[in-house]
Design a protein around this ligand. Sequence first.
Ligand SMILES: N[C@@H](CCC[C@H](N)C(=O)O)C(=O)O
Length: 257
Amino acid sequence: MQQKFYKYQGTGNDFVMIDNRQQTFDKNNTNLVADLCDRRFGIGADGLILLENHESYDFKMVYYNSDGNESTMCGNGGRCLVAFAKHLGVISENAVFEAIDGLHHASIKDGIVRLQMQDVTSVLKKDDHIFLDTGSPHHVQFEDAIDTFKIKAKGSKIRYGAPYFEEGSNVNFVKHIDNDTFRLRTYERGVEDETLSCGTGATATAIAMHYIGETEKNIISIQVEGGKLEVSFDFEDGIYTNVWLVGPAKFVFEGTI
Ligand SMILES: N[C@@H](CCC[C@H](N)C(=O)O)C(=O)O
């Protein structure tokens, strides 16, 4: 059977999107997902996302990394899925959808998607890094030589090392640019390489920088390799609420497999 696909990208984090409201996609076929995401033998993407029906909300998000395995929340993928849902006529300007980490509110206007992320109730500050979960696990550490250092080599060593091991963590390298602006490069678990942007990583980095007092701002600009993201939040009693990830989400091309 032929399957239509759509390719979207959010600040360079790219995804194959499939409308699976009729349950036509072979969901447990890890090799198929990995083949579709392969940049030489397939369509090419950092991940694949299914849009499915939900009994109470606008839709459901099912996310796979490019290694073919279903994974935890993808912030840029969620933003792209909102753009895809609008294209399909599933939503108009506002959306509420369910992902693996719970419910998300979102809106889209002029190609900019605002996505509400989960509250963050725990941030671990270690000697040389910060660890937190923003729907996906994130290790955040400073790197002054952010333009030149070997992110894949350094990132994979941390991702597979203690205390993360096989389950792993995404690894973010950050440099402070000015009061409310940070530069970020991310090594993504499940892609096992640097991606041009990571939404949960940008969210984690903004919160981590606020938590350690690197900035007092609660609207933070994150410069990623593929563009710019904005993260905003409220902070009270050690808990981050009202967390929003904002940035562009764009259709790239469509086809049939
Ligand atoms: N690119 C994503 C993160 C996707 C999940 C991650 N690779 C993992 O498995 O933890 C984002 O934009 O958040």
